[in-house]
Design a protein around this ligand. Structure first.
Ligand SMILES: NC(=O)c1ccc[n+]([C@@H]2O[C@H](COP(=O)([O-])OP(=O)(O)OC[C@H]3O[C@@H](n4cnc5c(N)ncnc54)[C@H](O)[C@@H]3O)[C@@H](O)[C@H]2O)c1
Length: 327
């Protein structure tokens, strides 16, 4: 089988992570191009990975004809870049958030579906080994019935107020759409689809968007989620706690290990190892394997729509200061 020819659009922070992840699979792919509106950024990354650099992503697509691309630009560009890829039947790995709004996300998914072109959303935590261990633990029934899930992503975000991340025209909102999308996808992965939410947001910095958010989610199965995130708290925390009738499991992103859990009747935690590559490398492998066989990605268009329905309901709930059902 010939190697997948990949291009990356957007040579910023996460573009670098995608390139590093593709480079980990030299037998599966060849990095052919990097595009960035800021050409020196594309040139620097391209030189690092032996690829061609472009300023215009359509020119990159036409001149190098990649089999697949990563979309690693700010969210306002996810839809037009995906549409350009769809018309050329180029498979897409699109960064989170899927787009700025639910409607844009639906348009993006439709564009790829109409061309029968592969779309994977980069909800990278799906490929984080401890999250997979949690799924396995829950699936084996070891935690009993899952009743509550707590998640926090809190840190001091240096780019708040100094970048597109806090420009709602570009980002679609603030931390809720930027960071809590990950939390929502993790919650869906562990608890199933969300039925309704209640959200609160606040702004502490002198910026136009929210920089702290809390979301109370109830899954269709009745699992309760408390998802909280902030860009203004100095102690970095990234944690998921899963509470079941027969035990508790903890994913602590600050530790190098895997999941730890304690079951009913036990007095000590069991620590699982973190074996295998990081989530970006695993995510890239899954995308490449899917493209190679023309398959269906584990994290596809409908996942993006489902997450954005929750984000949409969360903004409505926060705006109206009352709970919101998903549309
Ligand atoms: N999965 C994760 O954990 C994770 C982490 C960080 C960022 N992200 C997401 O990745 C995306 C990019 O974030 P980032 O942190 O890399 O941002 P960034 O600002 O570091 O990089 C974005 C790059 O896109 C380029 N760009 C802008 N317009 C362009 C255009 N028309 N054509 C080509 N390139 C263009 C910019 O010049 C910049 O180099 C966002 O959607 C963000 O939410 C995901």
């Amino acid at each position: 089988m010939s190697r997948i020819r990949v291009g990356v659009v957007g040579a910023g922070g996460i573009g670098g992570a995608h390139l590093r992840a593709y480079a980990a699979w030299p037998d599966l792919c060849e990095i052919v191009a990097v595009a960035d509106v800021h050409l020196p950024a594309a040139q620097e990354r391209a030189a690092q990975f032996g690829a061609r650099a472009f300023q215009e992503y359509t020119q990159m697509m036409d001149e190098t004809q990649p089999d697949a691309i990563s979309i690693c630009t700010p969210p306002n560009l996810h839809l037009p870049i995906a549409q350009a890829a769809a018309t050329r039947k180029i498979a897409v790995l699109c960064e989170k958030p899927p787009s700025r709004t639910l409607a844009e996300t639906e348009s993006l998914v439709t564009a790829l579906e109409q061309q029968h072109t592969i779309l994977q959303f980069a909800f990278c935590h799906r490929f984080h080994r401890p999250v997979i261990q949690a799924q396995e633990l829950i699936g084996a029934g070891q935690l009993g019935k899952v009743v509550q899930i707590y998640n926090r992503f809190g840190f001091r975000f240096a780019r708040a107020g100094h970048s597109w991340f806090t420009d709602s025209e570009v980002a679609g909102g603030g931390i809720l759409i930027d960071t809590l999308v990950h939390s929502v996808d993790i919650f869906r992965t562990l608890a199933g689809e969300v039925a309704h939410v209640s959200a609160s947001i606040s702004t502490t910095l002198p910026i136009q968007v929210e920089d702290s958010a809390m979301l109370l989610a109830t899954s269709v199965e009745g699992v309760l989620g408390a998802l909280t995130c902030s860009w203004v708290t100095p102690v970095s925390e990234a944690e998921v706690r899963i509470y079941g009738t027969e035990g508790e499991a903890v994913i602590d992103y600050g530790q190098p290990d895997g999941l730890r859990y304690q079951l009913s009747g036990e007095s000590a935690w069991t620590q699982l190892p973190f074996d295998g590559p990081d989530r970006f490398v695993c995510q890239a492998e899954h995308f490449l394997q899917t493209v190679a066989v023309g398959g269906t990605p584990a994290v596809g268009g409908q996942d993006g729509i489902a997450v954005m329905k929750v984000i949409d309901a969360a903004y409505r709930s926060a705006g109206e200061a009352q709970p919101a059902r998903l549309r």
